[in-house]
Write a new protein. Structure first.
Lengths: 318, 256
């Protein structure tokens, strides 16, 4: 992998804290490493308290790592000037509520060094992009949570950054708002930008991310392309029958190792995809009716849960 | 860099003028001036001086109160409300952020002093009290003293809570007005330790009495240019050192 293609590089990052006045330290990040490549949407996934926000804050220079290295676009995260090329939306963002949507974007544009000639046009473009054109001259104190989240997305993009970091970007949004933010994220990738997204909403990750890293208890458990995850393991199929005789059900279990579940007069079974034709034939010969036959897709959720369970088991065995 | 600092300063000033405490203290300052004017009518002698002393004292006291109580929340509020996250993710250094906040607040405080000074001039004219260069010089040096107080409030606000920051700032302001006397008393002490300690206290803590021209103003005494420039330069240097210290502390801070 070439260094140019790695937009974000994180190597052996460790973060220890000493909560309160305690002498005992707590390890929030335990030597994490990962890469984010150019023009991809990278999902950083983990349960609450896994270390997602801590990692993002280190990348944004808001907190310092105890050890390890982190760089964005080849610059150490402690540098300041390269931040012209990055945008950041924190989790549950708060803004100066005495300013209007237009004023806050103008303020962030000034801080980001957007020229005066471009500023007004850029602010109008962004308000339109996030669907707040009508609320541009309203004070932020009157904004709903969803509107604040949208203005947060707009401020992250105000200086047209090359890399965008989003911490729980869909949080607080209704289904329509979530769809709009998803569309914005996909549009950013189409424009050639790289997006790093912290989230625990797995359906969003499946829908928009190209690659994903799963972090649990401060350690990266998986990293790779979404498709690789979902295609891993033997493909399976879900078959649903009605009027399946008991003997046929037993044979399906014995011959194909099928896992059966009953729902009223219907029997649902999951088997290896290669055995599905033979299983269908057996059931039809036995006089059963086929209700449905669908390929079973391994969900990110199952991988995520298995990572969490594995981490919990490791913790217990320590 | 200047553009980013100015953007922060303008925003800080906009935020500060929304602080109700600012208006409350300004109201009391003006009310005290008016009270002084009423009180002076009960006196047979030196009415004008009484009015001006009252007005001058209220400007000094209330402007310091504004500087401390508005200044201590300066950084703390940004961290508490997490507005600092989006701001520091922009190409703005922590030093620029801090200097911008300081600049915004000091501009607002100087504006308050200008309003109070206008009231002072108005009351003086109304009571036929003399107004001269000494009054202007005293107010200008008071403005420099306020810059030191705001810098101290910024420093403490960078690492502690508003309550503690206001204790520390008020404490140093009080001590700053006493260090000169302490040093002079210490010089007469038989103990070497006391002599050295009072000298070092005077060197380290701000010598705020050097900004006090109230006697010159009250008696219309002549004020030499050096009486203004030396304290002004000393004040600017002191502010620079305090802000540098604040930046050093703020640079090391984690925003968890």
């Amino acid at each position: 992998m070439s260094a140019v293609a790695d937009i974000v590089r994180v190597d052996d990052l460790v973060k220890d804290v000493r909560p309160g006045f305690g002498l005992r330290k707590k390890r929030l990040l335990d030597g994490i490493s990962f890469r984010v490549r150019e023009r991809e949407i990278f999902g950083f996934v983990g349960p609450n308290g896994a270390g997602k926000t801590t990692t993002l804050k280190i990348l944004m220079g808001l907190i310092r790592a105890t050890s390890g290295k982190a760089s964005i676009l080849g610059h150490d995260v402690s540098e300041v000037s390269f931040r012209r090329q990055i945008g950041f939306l924190p989790e549950q963002p708060y803004f100066y509520d005495y300013l209007t949507g237009r004023e806050i974007l103008r303020f962030y544009a000034k801080l980001s060094g957007v020229s005066q000639q471009r500023r007004a046009r850029r602010v109008t473009e962004l308000l339109e992009l996030v669907g707040l054109s009508a609320a541009g001259n309203t004070h932020l104190r009157s904004y709903s949570k969803g509107m604040l989240q949208r203005i947060g997305v707009a401020q992250a993009l105000v200086h047209d950054p090359q890399v965008v970091f989003l911490d729980e970007p869909m949080s607080g949004l209704d289904p329509v708002g979530r769809k709009e933010v998803r569309d914005i994220i996909l549009r950013l990738r189409d424009e050639g930008k790289t997006v790093f997204m912290n989230t625990h909403i797995l359906s969003d990750v499946e829908m928009v991310c190209d690659r994903v890293a799963i972090i649990v208890n401060g350690r990266i458990r998986y990293e790779g392309a979404i498709d690789e995850f979902l295609e891993a393991g033997e493909p399976e199929a879900d078959l649903v029958f009605a009027n399946l005789p008991a003997e046929a059900a037993v044979r399906l279990e014995e011959c194909f190792g099928a896992r059966l579940r009953g729902h009223g007069d219907r029997i649902e079974l999951r088997i290896a995809e290669k055995d599905s034709s033979a299983a269908l034939r057996l059931a039809l010969d036995a006089g059963a009716d086929v209700v449905s036959a669908t390929p079973h897709r391994v969900s990110l959720e199952s991988i995520f849960l298995s990572a969490v369970n594995k981490a919990d088991a490791e913790e217990r065995s320590r | 860099m200047i553009g980013r600092i100015w953007a922060m300063a303008v925003n800080t000033a906009r935020e500060a003028i929304r602080n109700k405490l600012l208006y409350t203290l300004l109201f009391f300052a003006i009310a005290m001036m008016a009270f002084g004017a009423v009180l002076s009518t009960l006196s047979y002698v030196e009415r004008e001086r009484m009015v001006q002393d009252f007005a001058f004292a209220s400007i000094r006291l209330f402007s310091v109160a504004i500087a401390v109580f508005v200044g201590v929340g300066l950084i703390h509020k940004e961290v508490e409300r997490r507005t600092v996250y989006t701001i520091l993710s922009k190409p703005l250094s922590r030093a620029e952020f801090l200097i911008g906040k300081f600049t915004g607040l000091i501009l607002i405080i100087w504006l308050q002093v200008a309003i109070m000074a206008s009231c002072f001039a108005g009351v003086s004219l109304l009571m036929d009290a003399p107004l001269g260069f000494a009054h202007f010089a005293a107010l200008a040096l008071n403005a420099v003293e306020l810059a030191i107080v705001v810098a101290l409030a910024t420093l403490f606000s960078a690492f502690t809570t508003p309550l503690l920051a206001s204790f520390f700032s008020c404490g140093i302001w009080l001590a700053g007005h006493l260090t000169r006397d302490l040093r002079d008393h210490g010089a007469n002490s038989s103990s070497e330790f006391v002599r050295e300690a009072t000298i070092w206290m005077h060197r380290i803590l701000p010598d705020l009495e050097s900004f006090n021209l109230s006697i010159e103003a009250a008696h219309q005494l002549p004020v030499a240019a050096s009486d203004i420039w030396f304290p002004a330069l000393y004040g600017a240097g002191y502010v620079a050192v305090i802000l540098a210290l604040a930046v050093m502390i703020f640079e090391r801070r984690d925003f968890r």
